[in-house]
Design a protein around this ligand. Structure first.
Ligand code: NAP
Length: 281
């Protein structure tokens, strides 16, 4: 039997076991995917011993993504760029790390807005400068955009993000949080990567009225599925992209590495996770 895991601290709220469990069942595979709670002080030992304990690999979540980056033997180019690892596997005796959040975000954006959406987008605003913002910016940087503005409550963190990721063809600029309102008028896409709008957090209150009529609004927060930001965008008649697709699509590459089958993100899987988010299962 092939065994995989998601490791974090705390870990009991992770939806990854539901996603991978669904795929194991659909593909009738002899495998398992477990939650493992590991405190930061023990993470190094865990990283070095999971292979001996019979695991093929797994996902890494908060707060271990940077420690996983530091502890692997080899990293994909994507992980190298971001300084964080969320997917682990062993290959030819070496411990490998990838970051699939980048792919998860951009695949879902393409599916939601339609391939070629970049043709009508020059400026994108990314709100937030945490770990998820790095994955979002890295995904957007691969597209022929004019400029990515990164606005964060703590400006120095936006500046560090820009410093660490700049270098491609797309211009990156850190921006003061107070200037969001005026800058939105020139943006065709805005992406929330802050935790604002998440259940239990205050909403993200920004005025979308100055945005062009054909603009799109994406939120990577997925609890609730329709955040106050997405509801405001809908009311304004803008296109919206929710956060659940990113979560589902980031899971697929890991599943393929561990279990050897490329899984699909189907409407049925999405409905299962939505039911879980809404407390119906
Ligand atoms: N859909 C997905 O698959 C997916 C994947 C990863 C993460 N996420 C979601 O994305 C969100 C961020 O995750 P993360 O890992 O990037 O977290 P993180 O590293 O802790 O970053 C949090 C970000 O939110 C900002 N923030 C927090 N409270 C704020 C407030 N009151 N006002 C303004 N900004 C505030 C922080 O700004 P400061 O720097 O000023 O503190 C920072 O930019 C979470 O809700 C997470 O669930 C979704």
């Amino acid at each position: 039997m092939t065994k995989a895991f998601v490791v974090g601290h705390p870990i009991k709220h992770s939806r990854s076991p539901l996603i991978h469990g669904y795929w194991l069942q659909v593909h009738d595979l002899d495998g398992s995917y477990e939650r493992i709670d590991v405190e930061p002080v023990n993470f190094g030992d865990f990283l070095r011993s999971f292979g001996e304990r019979g695991y093929t690999g797994g996902n890494v979540t908060i707060p271990h993504k940077e420690a996983a980056f530091a502890g692997v033997d080899r990293r994909t180019e994507r992980a190298e760029r971001l300084g964080a690892v969320n997917t682990l596997w062993i290959q030819d005796g070496l411990l490998w790390g990838d970051n699939t959040d980048v792919l998860g975000f951009i695949v879902h954006l393409d599916q939601s807005l339609g391939t070629g959406w970049e043709q009508s987008v020059d400026n994108v605003m990314v709100l937030g400068a945490g770990g998820a913002a790095r994955a979002v910016v890295a995904g957007l940087q691969d597209r022929p955009l004019g400029r990515i503005l990164v606005a964060n409550r703590t400006l120095s963190k936006a500046e560090s993000l820009v410093h660490d990721l700049e270098g491609g063809a797309v211009r990156l600029e850190a921006m003061d949080w107070d200037r969001i309102g005026e800058a939105l008028a020139g943006c065709q896409l805005v992406v929330n990567t802050t935790s604002l709008g998440m259940a239990g957090q205050p909403p993200l209150s920004i005025d979308l009225h100055t945005m062009p009529d054909d603009a799109a609004v994406a939120d990577i927060v997925y609890v609730p599925l329709k955040t106050p930001l997405l509801a405001a965008a809908e009311a304004r008649g803008l296109r919206t992209v929710d956060g659940l697709g990113m979560l589902l699509h980031q899971a697929a590459p890991g599943f393929e590495r561990w279990f050897g089958v490329r899984p699909q993100v189907t409407p049925e899987l999405r409905a299962l996770i939505v039911a879980d988010i809404e407390g119906r299962i």
